[in-house]
Structure formats: structure tokens, C-alpha cells
Design a protein around this ligand. Structure first.
Ligand SMILES: Cc1ncc(COP(=O)(O)O)c(C=O)c1O
Length: 392
């Protein structure tokens, strides 16, 4: 049977994050012991009532039919107002298309732009689904790696520019970055945008963590410096900013003329995001200030709680991130993060994401999501300390 399905899919590996999560879940079943899950990138706070009430209300009112492929008009209007307000820009509703989460946005962008053997330049370590989406389209990845220095994660920016030529179809930037929390500067954004204007490449900017920055109101967006006809698509999501991971809703910001082509791709994948869910996002955007203020305050508290201990541990090299919600740190003496993460489950009952999941440049590191309550953080840190603060 399997020899008759797409060989690409058969050869595709699940990510090492899933491998660890499945190992951990299985370990919990077999041993009957609780395993603390810190492997995925999501907070532990359910979606606010102010958001879900609107979705429930829409359901009650019978908003249960097929809907607009690019999103209902009032949501596209609200997205443009939100984006214009937070970034001080001037987009129109037609610059935005509602999609089934950042993940589907990413897949649609790859469908829209990539063909076999197209070169894609990516800054890593990076969230694995980005590479997988490129590989599914048979793109060829060229990675430029960030390095961890005293002042945090940095990029050799000249090397990045040199890596992008007229043979580069797409450049993929994720800032604030998962797993590193790296934030591209405004100056770097300017240089990169000017560079791709010369090479003719598409710039795809994954800005799903734009609200999750602790030393500013929002992270810098390429939209603040772009022109309407730049080859720029920005991927966004309700997941991280509004505690809506399970809703599967996000949006793409793009040149107006791409809208009809995105609509065709949506038509043959999901046919559009359910209208009652779109009403939830509408409410999140109306109320974004209250929601994100509280989220940020909580994240700062949990980040500080985690790093007060992490940075003193003998086997850990880390820098405190100013954005996103991950601790991504080097573990001295660890050369196989996948095996190490599994061992951690058995020995400490804590599930973390292995660095190798984020590419070769992530090997030697582990990622823990700190979007969690104080008790959870204290519990996992108590359990991890004997291993990560030991001599060996
Ligand atoms: C960098 C990055 N982009 C996109 C996504 C996708 O978000 P969603 O599909 O939940 O909107 C994630 C989720 O972890 C992410 O970390």
C-alpha cells in the first residue's frame, strides 16, 4: 500500500519535538507518572471570555456556513486598523487575508511562490515547520546561522546579505525568533529590504511574536519600511498574542494583487476560516491592549523566575531573551539533544524541546517554553536543577 503513496511524504520525518512529546506521553502512560510538558510553544492560559463570547454568539446566530476565502470583510477591516495602529502604517483591508493559523499561512506562501529546486535563504536555528514547508515544495534551503554571544543571539549580517543573490527565490526571516528570541534591528530590516529589491527575491517575514517583546511596545515590522509593491509577505497569527493556539487563525499581509491568488489556494485547502472563529479574532483585535498588557506582564514574571535560576547553573550557557517566550540555552557536554531530552523525561519527568529540532545550528541546545504559571516553572526548575547544575 505504502509504495503507492507520495514518496516525499514517506521520507518525511516527524519533528524531533514531536518525537520527544510522543516519548514523554508514552512514558507517562507506561509508568503512571506525571510528565511536565514544556516541549511545545504555547501558553497555559485559556482564551479570554471577551474573545470566546463573540464566537459563541456568532454560532448561536447561525454563522455556520461557508464564507469568504480571504476572510469576512469586517475582520479584514479590523486587521488593517489593528496593524495600522500598532505599526503606524497605512494598509487597506485588501492587503490582509485571513488564514487557518500562521502554519497554514506559511504553507500557502510556499505554494504561491516556490517551485522545484528554488533556493530559499533561512536564518536559523528556526521553528522546524518553516523548513519542512519549503522541503515539501522541493525547495533548496541555504541556512545562515545565528550565534549565541554575551549580548544574546546575533547574526553575521554581511554573510546573510552575501548569501542572497538573484538565484534566491525566497528569504525567510522569523523575528522575534522561535526558538532564540532574536529580534532583527530596524537598520538590518532596511538593508535587507533594499537588498532583495536588487535581487528580485521574495521576503517572507514571520512576525507571529510581534506583540511578545519586553523592551518595546511591538517588534519592528518590515511593513513599517516597505512600499506597496515590494515583494513582501508578512505572516501573522492570533495564537501567541491572544492565547488562541487551538483556534487556528491568523492572517497574511501582502501586496493587494496577491489577494485573488491567495483566495484560490484557500479555496482548495480549507475554503476559509469558519465565520464564528473569525468573530473571535475580531473581538481579540478590538480588545488587544488589555489582552496583550496582561500577557506581557505574566511573561516577564515567568521569564525572570526561570532565568534567575537558569543563568546560575553550571552546565547552562544562556542569555535572557527580550522577545518571544522561550529559554533556548546551550548545555555543556551535551552533543545529542534528542537523546538528552528523552533522558531528561526518564530522570526528571520534564519534557523539553531538543535543539536539533531547530536545525544543525540548534544542536547542543534545549528549548523550554516559559509561558507558564509560577508553580509549573518552579516545579520543572526543581526537577531539572540536579541534572543541569551538576559537574558532569
Ligand atoms: C515562528 C512561528 N511561526 C508560526 C507559527 C504558527 O503559529 P499558528 O499556526 O499557531 O498560528 C509558530 C508556532 O509555534 C511559530 O513559532
Amino acid at each position: 500500500m505504502l509504495n503507492n503513496i507520495n514518496k516525499e511524504i514517506i521520507s518525511f520525518k516527524e519533528t524531533e519535538i514531536m518525537e520527544v512529546a510522543n516519548f514523554g506521553r508514552n512514558h507517562a502512560i507506561v509508568t503512571g507518572e506525571k510528565v511536565y510538558p514544556a516541549w511545545f510553544g504555547e501558553g497555559d492560559t485559556p482564551t479570554d471570555k471577551i474573545i470566546y463570547d463573540k464566537a459563541v454568539d456568532a454560532l448561536v446566530k447561525g454563522k455556520t456556513f461557508y464564507t469568504f476565502q480571504n476572510g469576512i470583510p469586517n475582520l479584514r477591516l479590523e486587521i488593517s486598523k489593528y496593524m495600522n495602529e500598532i505599526f503606524k502604517i497605512n494598509t487597506k483591508p485588501d492587503n490582509h487575508s485571513v488564514v487557518t493559523g500562521g502554519m497554514m499561512g506559511l504553507r500557502l506562501v510556499c505554494d504561491l511562490i516556490l517551485s522545484d529546486n528554488d533556493e530559499v535563504v533561512i536564518v536559523g536555528p528556526v521553528w522546524p515547520n518553516i523548513k519542512s514547508s519549503v522541503l515539501l515544495k522541493k525547495g533548496v534551503i541555504k541556512e545562515v546561522s545565528l550565534t549565541l554571544g554575551k549580548s544574546g543571539w546575533n547574526i553575521d549580517f554581511q554573510l546573510l546579505l552575501k548569501s542572497i543573490s538573484s538565484s534566491t527565490k525566497m528569504v525567510f526571516i522569523n523575528s522575534p525568533g522561535n526558538p532564540t528570541g532574536w529580534v532583527i534591528t530596524k537598520e538590518q530590516q532596511n538593508q535587507l529590504l533594499n537588498h532583495i529589491r536588487q535581487t528580485g527575491s521574495w521576503l517572507i517575514s514571520d512576525e507571529v511574536y510581534h506583540q511578545i517583546i519586553f523592551n518595546d511596545t511591538v517588534a519592528p515590522s518590515f511593513l513599517q519600511i516597505s512600499l506597496p509593491n515590494d515583494r513582501l509577505i508578512v505572516i501573522n497569527s492570533a495564537s501567541k498574542s491572544f492565547n488562541m493556539t487551538g483556534w487556528r487563525i491568523g492572517w497574511l499581509t501582502h501586496p493587494e494583487e496577491l489577494g485573488e491568488h491567495i483566495a484560490k489556494l484557500v479555496q482548495i485547502t480549507t475554503s476559509g476560516v469558519p465565520e464564528f472563529l473569525q468573530n473571535g479574532l475580531l473581538s481579540a483585535l478590538h480588545n488587544y491592549k488589555v489582552i496583550t498588557n496582561e500577557l506581557k506582564l505574566n511573561l516577564i514574571k515567568s521569564r525572570d523566575l526561570m532565568f534567575a535560576r537558569l543563568k546560575t547553573w553550571s552546565r547552562v550557557e544562556c542569555s535572557v531573551p527580550e522577545a518571544a517566550f522561550y529559554a533556548f540555552f546551550k548545555v555543556k557536554g551535551m552533543d545529542n539533544s534528542l537523546e538528552f531530552a528523552k533522558k531528561l523525561i526518564v530522570e526528571t519527568k520534564v519534557g523539553v524541546a531538543p535543539g536539533i529540532a531547530f536545525g544543525e545550528s540548534g544542536e547542543g541546545h534545549l528549548r523550554i517554553c516559559f509561558a507558564a504559571n509560577e508553580d509549573f516553572i518552579n516545579a520543572i526548575m526543581d526537577r531539572l536543577e540536579p541534572v543541569l547544575n551538576s559537574k558532569s
